[in-house]
Design a protein. Structure first.
Length: 89
Protein backbone atom coordinates (compact mmCIF):
# COMPACT_ATOMS: atom_id res chain seq x y z
CA UNK A 1 0.00 0.00 0.00
CA UNK A 2 1.33 3.40 -0.97
CA UNK A 3 0.24 6.70 0.52
CA UNK A 4 0.75 9.76 -1.60
CA UNK A 5 1.02 13.04 0.21
CA UNK A 6 -0.98 15.81 -1.39
CA UNK A 7 0.12 19.42 -1.43
CA UNK A 8 -2.79 20.31 0.89
CA UNK A 9 -1.18 18.26 3.68
CA UNK A 10 2.13 20.09 3.43
CA UNK A 11 2.68 23.15 5.60
CA UNK A 12 2.95 26.45 3.71
CA UNK A 13 6.45 27.84 3.22
CA UNK A 14 5.40 31.45 2.99
CA UNK A 15 6.92 33.73 5.66
CA UNK A 16 3.57 35.50 5.85
CA UNK A 17 1.92 32.37 7.23
CA UNK A 18 1.33 32.81 11.00
CA UNK A 19 2.79 29.41 11.90
CA UNK A 20 6.11 30.16 10.23
CA UNK A 21 6.53 33.85 11.09
CA UNK A 22 9.30 34.26 13.67
CA UNK A 23 8.33 36.12 16.81
CA UNK A 24 10.52 38.55 18.69
CA UNK A 25 10.39 39.50 22.35
CA UNK A 26 8.53 42.69 23.23
CA UNK A 27 10.70 45.79 23.45
CA UNK A 28 12.12 46.66 26.87
CA UNK A 29 10.29 49.36 28.78
CA UNK A 30 12.23 51.89 30.80
CA UNK A 31 9.19 52.96 32.85
CA UNK A 32 8.76 49.54 34.53
CA UNK A 33 10.78 49.21 37.76
CA UNK A 34 13.09 46.22 38.01
CA UNK A 35 11.71 43.52 40.29
CA UNK A 36 14.03 41.89 42.78
CA UNK A 37 13.57 38.59 44.59
CA UNK A 38 13.56 38.82 48.35
CA UNK A 39 13.61 36.32 51.17
CA UNK A 40 12.84 36.80 54.84
CA UNK A 41 13.88 34.24 57.43
CA UNK A 42 11.96 33.61 60.62
CA UNK A 43 13.70 33.97 63.95
CA UNK A 44 13.85 30.18 64.24
CA UNK A 45 15.48 29.92 60.82
CA UNK A 46 18.03 32.60 61.71
CA UNK A 47 18.80 30.78 64.95
CA UNK A 48 19.19 27.47 63.12
CA UNK A 49 21.54 29.11 60.63
CA UNK A 50 23.76 30.18 63.53
CA UNK A 51 24.18 26.65 64.86
CA UNK A 52 27.49 24.91 64.21
CA UNK A 53 27.39 22.69 61.13
CA UNK A 54 27.62 19.45 63.14
CA UNK A 55 24.68 20.48 65.38
CA UNK A 56 22.57 21.35 62.32
CA UNK A 57 23.46 18.04 60.68
CA UNK A 58 22.51 16.14 63.85
CA UNK A 59 19.16 17.98 64.08
CA UNK A 60 18.39 17.23 60.42
CA UNK A 61 19.34 13.58 60.84
CA UNK A 62 17.09 13.27 63.90
CA UNK A 63 14.13 14.86 62.08
CA UNK A 64 14.71 12.70 59.00
CA UNK A 65 14.77 9.56 61.15
CA UNK A 66 11.48 10.57 62.81
CA UNK A 67 9.82 11.22 59.44
CA UNK A 68 11.05 7.94 57.98
CA UNK A 69 9.92 6.02 61.07
CA UNK A 70 6.54 7.70 61.01
CA UNK A 71 7.01 9.11 64.50
CA UNK A 72 7.27 12.80 63.57
CA UNK A 73 4.05 14.61 64.34
CA UNK A 74 3.61 18.32 63.80
CA UNK A 75 1.50 20.17 66.37
CA UNK A 76 -1.40 21.70 64.39
CA UNK A 77 -2.17 24.15 67.22
CA UNK A 78 1.40 25.44 67.23
CA UNK A 79 1.29 25.81 63.43
CA UNK A 80 -2.00 27.73 63.64
CA UNK A 81 -0.65 30.03 66.38
CA UNK A 82 2.44 30.71 64.30
CA UNK A 83 0.39 31.55 61.21
CA UNK A 84 -1.95 33.82 63.17
CA UNK A 85 1.01 35.64 64.73
CA UNK A 86 2.41 36.59 61.31
CA UNK A 87 1.86 40.22 60.44
CA UNK A 88 2.20 39.82 56.68
CA UNK A 89 -0.91 37.68 56.17
Amino acid sequence: MEIERSSAARPPHSPAHPDTTPTSPPPARDDVPERRDRIELSGAARDAAQLPEDARAARIAALRAQVEAGTYHADPNAIARSLLAREDL
